[in-house]
Design a protein around this ligand. Structure first.
Ligand code: DQA
Length: 144
């Protein structure tokens, strides 16, 4: 079982970036936690972060042929702007869950729209890093 978690722009700064909104955990801590949970369930979790839209599109495309069966993605600011990443996810046709650390619906209006949600299996927001764990638990149960 192979699961890919993709983190969009500025999420490399987690831990120091607006911790009152995004929490105190760093991205390596979140990824290590998820990798351990996956390994204990007999699955493999790969993670990828980029601040560049084209690199994110390339990584999503690569998931089509690298054995990945499920994607967990926090597109970060690209949630609200990226038709290109949406199209890449539609092209690879793998099931995915969209995760946001913060509750985007109680923030600025421009964060209320997502280019991903209507393609996603589900959307989790506002649970902080626990949202990734919930998405992973769902992916693991889906993959059986
Ligand atoms: C975010 C919410 C986005 O609106 C924002 O641009 C981010 C992070 C979140 O995880 O809460 O960078 O996706």
């Amino acid at each position: 079982k192979q699961i890919l978690v993709i983190h969009g722009p500025n999420l490399n700064l987690l831990g120091s970036r607006e911790p009152e909104i995004y929490g105190a955990l760093t991205l390596p801590q979140i990824n290590a936690d998820l990798a351990e949970i996956a390994a204990n369930a007999g699955a493999e979790l790969k993670s990828f972060q980029s601040n560049h839209e084209g690199e994110l599109v390339d990584r999503i495309q690569a998931a089509r042929t690298d054995g990945c069966q499920f994607i967990i993605i926090n597109p970060a600011a690209y949630t609200h702007t990226s038709v290109a990443m949406r199209d890449a996810l539609a092209a690879v046709a793998l099931p995915f869950v969209e995760v946001h650390l913060s509750n985007v619906h109680k923030r600025e209006a421009f964060r209320h729209h997502s280019y991903f949600s209507d393609l996603a299996e589900g959307v989790i927001c506002g649970l902080g890093a626990q949202g990734y764990r919930a998405a992973l638990a769902f992916a693991l149960s889906k993959l059986g």
